[in-house]
Design a protein around this ligand. Structure first.
Ligand SMILES: *[C@@H]1O[C@H](CO)[C@@H](O)[C@H](O)[C@H]1NC(C)=O
Ligand SMILES: *[C@@H]1O[C@H](CO)[C@@H](O)[C@H](O)[C@H]1NC(C)=O
Ligand SMILES: *[C@@H]1O[C@H](CO)[C@@H](O)[C@H](O)[C@H]1NC(C)=O
Ligand SMILES: *[C@@H]1O[C@H](CO)[C@@H](O)[C@H](O)[C@H]1NC(C)=O
Ligand SMILES: *[C@@H]1O[C@H](CO)[C@@H](O)[C@H](O)[C@H]1NC(C)=O
Length: 400
């Protein structure tokens, strides 16, 4: 069949709506390797999620445009948040965890509470994608024994569209902060400061997300390494891609096949906690749609398949740095327990691969979002400019 897309599914941006994860900072004993963990838990926001594909597409287009267009990051359908303290004594804010940007800042939802540790830099921050305001230095408390001193933190003066989320914890590469703060070239990220202040031995972030649909849902960020208890194999690393603009982010090269059918030949894209779905270039998406026989569904703006087609579904193979990661048929569908949250019917079967809205060759031909990261543990290694992946107990699990 000829793949087609609903125009409204491309143009409609959803109302603010998202899944969020709340985090509780558990008391943590620093290990010999000096890593610290921040626990996350999934909850489905009662707002429901509408048109996550369009929201994800708006985000990748903003990333492709390299900062010149704006996007509300809570539009992305699924977000990860943690309760993080600012100041001393700390006021706790709900922060989004974003590997696709690098400034840490507080929005207008919950006012910044200055304390004796708040230092006004007299600079302004302006992250054209998100927000602008004044730039401070302050203490940031990630958990009871992981405090960052003098973290650069922006305080937005206009509504950045974060909904009821309070701020954003930038976990991307430091170069993304270039030009964002008026009186600085770049500003150190939270990871840079944790490392510079000796709180972690290596500038490595480990990200574990359990599927949103699993009963005992939890996620975990590990600062200074990865959590070996969460993975079931080796961590395989791949260097950051040299292709721009993916190279500015946690960008990698990968190829994708569906069964024996090539979907996307080796090309650059990003690994992004701010994206919900797996987005691929329009031509690759057409190939995937034809190969699966799926039809566009206007209620959800996702591809839909019948239960017979689901039974016939092949695995989707991602080859990254010479290692192949298998996304099983079950991992290619939206969790059915969350169907109604995306305007679907309870028995509908919707695919989590969506169109990024541009032809391949853009330099950002895919985004491996939450639907990928809930199946594979990911490791972000700043010093060695590489990203790692490992299988988890959820890689092959039937959770959807
Ligand atoms: C934080 O920065 C301010 C301004 O540079 C400085 O006066 C203060 O000593 C610093 N505090 C810490 C804990 O590094
Ligand atoms: C972002 O959110 C703000 C405030 O909620 C809203 O005014 C604006 O239109 C939104 N922008 C986009 C691109 O959705
Ligand atoms: C960051 O930017 C500087 C200056 O342009 C450059 O020398 C450096 O290689 C960049 N770092 C990375 C990791 O891209
Ligand atoms: C989209 O899915 C909904 C719910 O499963 C269904 O009612 C509707 O008919 C589907 N639309 C198309 C165009 O298949
Ligand atoms: C939900 O789906 C119906 C059709 O099934 C559609 O008319 C409506 O616009 C959709 N709502 C949203 C918010 O996408």
């Amino acid at each position: 069949m000829v793949p087609s897309r609903s125009l409204s599914c491309i143009l409609t941006l959803p109302a603010l709506a998202f899944l969020s994860l709340s985090a509780s900072a558990l008391p943590h004993a620093r290990t010999a390797s000096s890593t610290a963990a921040l626990k996350l838990a999934v909850r489905v926001n009662s707002y429901g999620i509408k048109n996550i594909a369009a929201a994800d597409r708006a985000r990748i287009q903003a990333l492709q445009a390299d900062g010149s267009s704006s996007v509300n990051i809570t539009n992305t359908g699924t977000t990860y948040t943690a309760n993080i303290g600012v100041g001393n004594p700390a006021t706790y804010y709900t922060f989004l965890l974003d590997t696709g940007s690098s400034n840490t800042w507080i929005g207008t939802n919950k006012a910044y509470q200055k304390t004796s540790t708040s230092y006004d830099t007299d600079g302004t921050f302006n992250n054209p994608k998100y927000a602008s305001g004044e730039e401070y230095l302050d203490y940031v408390t990630l958990n009871s024994d992981l405090v960052i001193y003098n973290q650069s933190i922006g305080v937005a003066s206009t509504d950045p569209g974060l909904g009821d989320v309070d701020g954003l914890l930038g976990l991307g590469p430091v170069n993304l902060t270039r030009g964002t703060v008026s009186n600085a070239d770049t500003v150190p990220t939270v990871m840079d400061n944790l490392y510079a202040q000796g709180s972690i031995n290596s500038e490595v972030l480990g990200v574990f997300f359990a599927p949103a649909s699993s009963d005992d849902t939890s996620g975990e960020l590990t600062f200074g390494g990865y959590d070996a208890s969460k993975i079931t194999g080796d961590v395989n690393y791949v260097s950051i891609t040299s292709t721009s603009p993916a190279s500015s982010y946690w960008g990698i090269d990968q190829s994708i096949t569906y069964g024996d059918t090539e979907i996307l030949s080796q090309t650059a894209g990003s690994v992004d906690t701010g994206t919900t779905l797996i987005l691929i270039a329009s031509d690759a998406f057409s190939t995937y749609q034809s190969a699966t026989g799926a039809t566009p569904n206007e209620s959800t703006c996702l591809l839909q398949i019948s239960s017979d087609q689901y039974d016939q579904l092949s695995s989707l193979y991602f080859t990254i740095g010479g290692v192949t990661y298998e996304l099983t048929p079950n991992a290619q569908i939206w969790p059915r327990s969350l169907n109604t949250a995306i305007n679907g019917t309870t028995d509908g079967i919707y695919l989590i691969v969506a169109d990024n809205g541009s032809p391949s060759g853009s330099g950002l031909d895919f985004a491996n979002g939450y639907c990928f990261l809930e199946r594979f543990y990911s490791v972000y290694d700043t010093e060695n400019s590489r990203v790692g992946f490992a299988t988890t107990e959820y890689t092959d699990a039937t959770t959807n």
